[in-house]
Ligand binder design. Structure first.
Ligand SMILES: [Zn+2]
Length: 152
């Protein structure tokens, strides 16, 4: 894959401290296109797609918002809460518009694992198929997201 100026700008945007304090790539040494390609393969293996997962995350966000910072039980496996954080954040792919920084935390009651995401994270999945780099604070692993649907 050849890096063009547009890609270079996106890679810069994804570094820590440019748009987001912790950046979007975590410890991942792959570039964003390689991460997207890999996760697209995961979606195929799981027989799901990014729109389905993004819609689920929106549904959970809306339920979590009703809890006003307190955990809301989603089912026997999951609960979620929303923490309001002031400010907005732009898309690293240089789209117009900004996204709420409200942080949604989903906790798996059986494994104690947590997943955290924001509105931007939902946008990145839906529009870009980008689940963020491994080790990134807001990495959304397709397999773990798929489990949200399986346990619905
Ligand atoms: Zn975008």
């Amino acid at each position: 894959m050849k890096e063009n100026p547009a890609m270079h700008k996106i890679m810069e945007n994804m570094k820590p401290g440019v748009i987001a304090l912790h950046g979007f790539l975590g410890k991942d040494t792959r570039n964003f296109e390689e991460i997207i390609d890999h996760d697209a393969g995961e979606l195929e293996r799981l027989e799901t797609d990014r729109e389905t997962l993004a819609a689920k995350l929106e549904e959970i966000r809306d339920k979590a918002m009703e809890g006003l910072g307190i955990y809301v039980k989603l089912n026997d496996t999951y609960m979620a809460k929303a923490d309001s954080i002031r400010g907005k954040i732009p898309c690293p792919f240089d789209h117009p518009g900004v996204y709420s920084k409200t942080v949604i935390t989903i906790q798996n009651l059986k494994t104690d694992e947590e997943m955290i995401y924001t509105d931007l994270g939902i946008h990145l999945i839906r529009e870009h198929g980008f689940f963020q780099g491994t080790g990134s604070l807001f990495r959304m692993d397709p397999e773990k997201l798929h489990d949200l649907l399986e346990n619905d």
